[in-house]
Design a protein around this ligand. Structure first.
Ligand code: CAA
Length: 258
């Protein structure tokens, strides 16, 4: 049973909802532990084919918990930040799609949590930013690394050095989010997206995710080799036979995740 998040599974989708609305869903050590535990459930449950990560109330996540960080010395801070990295890296490593449904403030660690997900859909009310320099620190859950990879070095430096909060449309324009929708449409849009992805061959989806993530930082030659091996692993799957046979027989494929 979770205290700081909600985790439920409906029709193949795992919903991870950060649930500390009074603290704007700020990430303390306990929330990070619980997100990690929910991710382990996702990884181990074959019934879960996709995940939607969102926040309760008016924030997605307003960052790491400043009240908790204020009590920590540098060793404690390092432990918290290492834990955050462990969670973000775990999300990236699970071979199932994670969709961030960004309902409101996604600041600091919240923006970083959204960036660790595979696809970001934002409500028109969402706000993004990396305000850490206001607190005398820098982003610590991967922001200095994932933000430039998503929006480019210059824009990442602009956002991190100014601590400017940007709206959903601007986040969409710079490539930080993939789509902006009306608040009421946020969860239905994410569910439709999850269902679209879930209708495809699951092994191919998982292998595509890890091949993109693992190849992104390699040089082109090593990345090409990675793709050859990853492609070959899908080529040996039953789902490849089914997908191609279904196309040739002019019918819908029925994938078995095999
Ligand atoms: N940590 C702890 N508590 C937080 C919090 C955070 N990151 N963000 C908000 N809260 C708390 C507030 O302290 C307040 O608590 P009380 O009611 O007990 O006073 C409550 O949530 C509501 O917040 P506000 O009254 O400030 O609400 P608002 O609507 O006026 O403003 C906000 C909302 C713009 C999100 C503002 O709360 C804010 O700026 N929050 C901090 C954002 C921030 O600096 N995030 C980065 C954190 S550092 C980090 O994340 C490092 C890293 O990379 C890992």
């Amino acid at each position: 049973m979770y205290e700081t998040i909600k985790y439920e599974v409906k029709e193949g989708i795992g919903y991870i909802t950060i649930n500390r609305p009074k603290a704007m869903n700020a990430l303390n050590g306990e929330v990070l532990d619980e997100i990690y535990a929910a991710c382990a459930e996702v990884q181990n449950d074959d019934a879960v084919k996709a995940v939607i990560v969102t926040g309760e109330g008016k924030a997605f996540v307003a960052g790491a918990d400043i009240a908790q960080m204020n009590q920590l010395d540098s060793i404690g801070g390092r432990t918290l930040i290492a834990k955050g990295h462990k969670v973000m890296n775990y999300i990236e490593s699970i071979e199932k799609p994670f969709i961030a449904a960004v309902n409101g403030f996604a600041l600091g660690g919240g923006c970083e949590l959204a960036m660790a997900c595979d696809i970001r859909i934002a409500s028109e009310k969402a706000k993004f930013g990396q305000p850490e320099v206001n607190l005398g620190i820098i982003p610590g859950f991967g922001g200095t690394q994932r933000l430039p990879r998503l929006v480019g070095k210059g824009m990442a430096k602009y956002l991190i050095m100014t601590a400017e909060m940007i709206g959903a449309e601007e986040a969409n324009r710079i490539g930080l989010v993939e789509k902006v929708v009306a608040p009421d449409e946020l969860i239905p849009t994410c569910e439709k997206l999850a269902q679209t992805i879930m209708s495809k061959a699951p092994i191919a989806i998982g292998v595509a995710k890890t091949t993109i993530n693992n190849g992104y930082d390699l040089d082109m030659r090593a990345a090409s080799t990675l793709e050859v091996e990853a492609f070959t692993s899908t080529f040996g799957s039953k789902d490849k036979t089914e997908g191609m046979t279904a196309f040739l027989e002019k019918r819908e494929a029925k994938f078995e995740n095999k």
